[in-house]
Write a protein that binds this ligand. Structure first.
Ligand SMILES: C[S@@+](CC[C@H](N)C(=O)[O-])C[C@H]1O[C@@H](n2cnc3c(N)ncnc32)[C@H](O)[C@@H]1O
Length: 264
């Protein structure tokens, strides 16, 4: 992909999700998600909201945060968050997973949400204020160049976003950089079966619709291992289109190893 093509695709992604945020402002749902039609594509509305999060979790959240949910999984459940941890959500959208993470890690922990779309960040900030969550911090930026220091995060989550990157190797390198040694990722994403070529994926749906840019299971595993992760797992959870699945992606950054002391 040329730099111009990548920039133009990224702009299309930004415009699409800015429109989704404006729709929520108008009292509609984001009109998409991996079960809807106009953003992340899929066959229908059945795998959304309550099915992904459960009624109890949704009750903890402002209505606008739930309406703005565009994900394809429940990454905060996958990541088994613990009190006091620092969590980063890539492509945080209206903030649903950041708010859930902030509640899980409690007042001694922090939940960062990173998004490149101004309209989504504004929506997330309003949702955090309405939810009364004080330990959620929203950052403007791109997941290919995360504006956080190296080794500063315990857990990275993300919900239906990595497929939208035009430079996935940069994202995997950034995951490895910002996680502390021993830190982990728990990501929900759309993932293709290995039998589907890039052309097969593009035939099934658009890039902004979370389909054409999806990695295959094998590509995901190889990319995470190349970035230095261990205990890599990519598990399909539900089929969204022929050969394309909602999936849970887990991996761990190796813990720091101490150099053996010299025998002097
Ligand atoms: C499908 S929505 C998912 C939003 C949220 N994770 C959820 O579950 O509701 C994708 C989000 O990722 C953001 N995004 C897409 N590409 C990005 C990038 N390269 N860097 C940061 N954010 C990005 C979009 O602005 C949008 O808010």
């Amino acid at each position: 992909m040329t730099t111009v093509d990548a920039e133009s695709l990224r702009e299309q992604v930004r415009e699409r999700y800015a429109a989704a945020a404006r729709a929520v402002d108008d009292g509609k749902d984001g009109g998409c998600g991996c079960g809807g039609g106009s953003c992340c594509e899929g066959p229908g509305e059945e795998v959304a909201g309550e099915e992904l999060y459960g009624a109890e979790q949704l009750r903890e959240l402002p209505e606008a945060a739930v309406l703005a949910s565009l994900g394809c999984g429940n990454p905060t459940a996958v990541a088994e968050l613990r009190e006091g941890e620092t969590v980063l959500d890539l492509g945080s959208g209206g903030g649903i997973d950041v708010l859930l993470a902030a509640k899980r890690v409690g007042p001694t922990g922090r939940a960062f949400g990173l998004d490149m779309t101004e309209e989504m960040l504004a929506l997330a900030l309003r949702n955090a204020a309405e939810a009364g969550v004080g330990n959620a911090i929203f950052l403007k930026g791109e997941m290919e160049a995360i504006p956080l220091p190296a080794g500063s995060v315990d857990v990275i989550v993300s919900n239906c976003v990595l497929n939208l990157s035009t430079d996935k190797p940069a994202v995997f390198a950034e995951l490895a950089r910002v996680l502390r040694p021993g830190g982990r990722i728990g990501i929900s994403d759309i993932v293709a079966e290995d039998r589907l070529s890039a052309e097969d994926r593009a035939e099934r749906g658009s890039f902004v619709g979370c389909i054409a840019g999806a990695l295959s299971k094998g590509e995901y595993e190889t990319a995470l291992e190349a970035a230095g992760f261990e205990d890599v797992g990519v598990e399909f959870t539900h089929e969204v289109l022929d050969g394309m699945h909602g999936a849970i992606v887990k991996a761990v950054k190796p813990a720091a190893t101490r150099e053996p002391e010299s025998a002097e």
